[in-house]
Design a protein around this ligand. Structure first.
Ligand code: AGP
Length: 601
């Protein structure tokens, strides 16, 4: 996710662009940049800096007085957070600037062709391929930037919001969107383009909704929207009812709820360009052991990964709490592959475990959501998740994409070692591609669960049961409840209940049971576990793919391959924790005693 702003109108552009970027900084904050026209037909003024927006603001000196401009605050996907990789990107004449949010899947083939045409590249980003493509298209459309944009959008694969500005017509800004947000702000003699309304809400509350594959051209005089054929469209106009802070949360009351609902897109973005295989240079046949090291939610994702990676690769997988791993002086050598999982890429426990393993000769293949952070920088290979910035302390969409990374790695190793059947690979790939829609389905059914959760707000404790991959899911559900509701919660393997924990069950104790697939032998065993706790007075909430009648409450989820079920079954657990936090009056996005990234051991 990145923050994108464009302004054209009667005022100096610097303020609305920088002010817009400030309001969008939550969408990405590893670098920022701005492009402003100077004189017609002359090279643009451009300034861009790695780091927070303040670095750009401090670098802005002698900016031209101009009434249009575009700005960008970045969440890096391709190419680390450096000045060169920061947006905007320019064509070779310096007269065309482009900013982008999303992922261009075919950027490498475009770059190869464009370099053959003589274009010089200065960054590692996917975006730079687009600005050179647009520069050529503009020339073939006699300087018509909107026509050129329509032309190149037919050549791009992936997700994108694009804004472009050329110094030949400096008051015109052209935008395009596909699977990535772009909204128009309509002012009096001035118009705005942005990733979301928070960028311009202090200037105007009148907005236009843009549809998929639409091209928008704004000038001080007006707004023209077309489809890719050039047919003029009539966008829906609406009055923004949010205040500025609500707008930053996309209208959601909390970042956590927004991020729960962003999971389908986060999963889809993490899958882009990877269903056919991973671009990883490791030779897996040299490893006889895989060790996943992580903390908290990332650790729970690793526990799910163990099932899939071990089954599909045939290599033994251990999952270790990073804070414990190195202190037991584990056996590590060059045949060990260590997979650190970390949303922030800065968790000290995980970083120190990784360094310890690396010193002992292990190969490091990290899974991370933050491009250019310490853990991936020190890894031999990295699989970036594309969840976008996760602002809420409680991890939700990052967890979902860490699961996706586990599945992709398991398939990749199995394929490289030729130990996984082609039919299974095709089945899993098909199921992975269907996950975003299935998560959407779950999200459409969670409202009753929020009401049920509120009736449990005075419970002393809630227990979570699961078997197989449902067991780490139960651990994740318990962790979410602990960190958000400040309520005792515990996750158990269903089969463990009779070995002690069932003594915790009392009349009215809420138990959340994650049901294995109906055709799994474990479904019967979980049904027995549920009977055991109900016999002692428990109130059972079952998360199930099938009509399971023995629970007091049933939350249905769509059917999916058993290894992939946690991606769906965790969503109701996230909602339970979210709603319980609200019912208890807690700070949902910044729960007490916690931090988003624990950079101390
Ligand atoms: C999860 O909701 C918590 N915020 C916490 O357990 C987190 O997952 C853990 O600290 C690991 O963080 P990382 O993924 O940034 O390494």
């Amino acid at each position: 996710m990145c923050g994108i702003v464009g302004y054209t109108g009667k005022s100096s552009a610097l303020n609305p662009v920088i002010d817009g970027l400030r309001r969008l900084e939550y969408r990405g904050y590893d670098s920022a940049g701005i492009a402003l026209p100077t004189q017609i037909g002359k090279p643009l003024f451009i300034e861009k800096r790695a780091g927070k927006l303040i670095n750009l603001e401090e670098a802005l000196k002698n900016t031209p007085e101009t009434k249009s401009g575009i700005g960008h605050t970045r969440w890096a996907t391709h190419g680390g957070p450096t000045d060169a990789n920061a947006h905007p990107h320019l064509d070779n004449e310096g007269k065309l600037a482009l900013i982008h949010n999303g992922i261009i899947e075919n950027y490498i083939e475009l770059r190869t062709e464009l370099e053959k045409r003589g274009h010089k590249f200065k960054s590692e980003t996917d975006t730079e391929s687009v600005v050179h493509l647009l520069s050529d298209a503009r020339k073939s459309h006699n300087g018509d930037l909107a026509a050129a944009m329509r032309d190149i959008c037919k050549q791009l694969r992936g997700s994108f919001t694009l804004l472009a500005l050329h110094s030949d017509n400096p008051t015109i800004i052209v935008g395009a969107r596909r699977n990535s947000p772009l909204v128009v702000g309509v002012g009096d003699g001035e118009n705005f383009l942005a990733s979301d309304v928070s960028a311009f809400i202090s200037h105007t509350k009148v907005a236009l909704e843009l549809g998929q594959d639409q091209i928008v051209e704004i000038s001080p005089q007006g707004v023209v929207v077309t489809d890719l054929t050039g047919k003029v469209m009539t966008p829906k106009q609406y009055e923004i009812s949010w205040d500025a802070s609500a707008a930053e949360r996309g209208g959601y009351p909390h970042f956590m709820l927004k991020e729960i609902y962003e999971q389908p897109k986060a999963i889809a973005d993490t899958l882009i360009g990877r269903l056919a295989g991973l671009d990883v240079k490791l030779k897996f046949k040299k490893f006889n052991k895989i060790v996943i090291v992580a903390c908290g939610t990332a650790y729970n994702a690793g526990l799910v990964g163990k099932y899939a990676i071990e089954k599909w690769s045939g290599i033994a997988v251990d999952v270790e709490l990073a804070s414990e791993y190195r202190y037991r002086q584990p056996s590590i050598d060059k045949k060990t592959l260590v997979i650190p999982i970390s949303q922030s890429g800065e968790t000290m426990d995980t970083l120190m475990a990784m360094r310890y393993a690396k010193d002992k000769g292990a190969t490091i293949f990290s899974v991370c959501n933050t491009n250019g952070s310490t853990i991936p920088r020190e890894s031999d290979a990295v699989l970036y998740t594309h969840a976008g910035p996760e602002i809420a302390v409680a991890s939700t969409k990052a967890f979902a994409t860490q699961l996706i990374a586990m599945y992709l790695i398991g398939l990749e190793i199995g394929k490289q070692l030729k130990v996984v059947k082609k039919e299974l690979v095709e089945e899993i790939i098909q199921e992975l591609s269907e996950l975003p829609a299935k998560v959407e389905q779950v999200l459409e059914t969670v409202e009753p669960l929020r009401e049920l959760t509120r009736t449990l707000k005075d419970s002393q404790s809630i227990l979570f049961l699961g078997r197989h991959v449902g067991y780490p899911t139960a651990l994740e559900g318990a962790l979410k409840l602990k960190e958000l509701a400040y309520m005792h919660a515990e996750g158990f393997a269903g089969g463990e209940l009779k070995h002690g924990p069932i003594a915790l069950i009392d009349v009215g104790t809420p138990v959340v049971a994650i049901m294995p697939p109906e055709n799994s032998i474990l479904a019967e065993k979980m049904a027995s576990n549920i009977q055991e706790v109900k016999a002692r007075g428990a109130v059972v909430i079952a998360i199930s793919e099938f009509e399971f009648k023995s629970a007091d409450h049933l939350i249905r989820i769509p059917q999916v391959h058993e290894f992939l079920q946690p991606v769906l079954s965790v969503v109701p657990l996230q909602v339970i924790a979210y709603e319980m936090a609200i019912a208890r009056g807690n700070d949902v996005d910044q729960p007490r005693n916690l931090a988003k990234s624990v950079t101390v051991e």
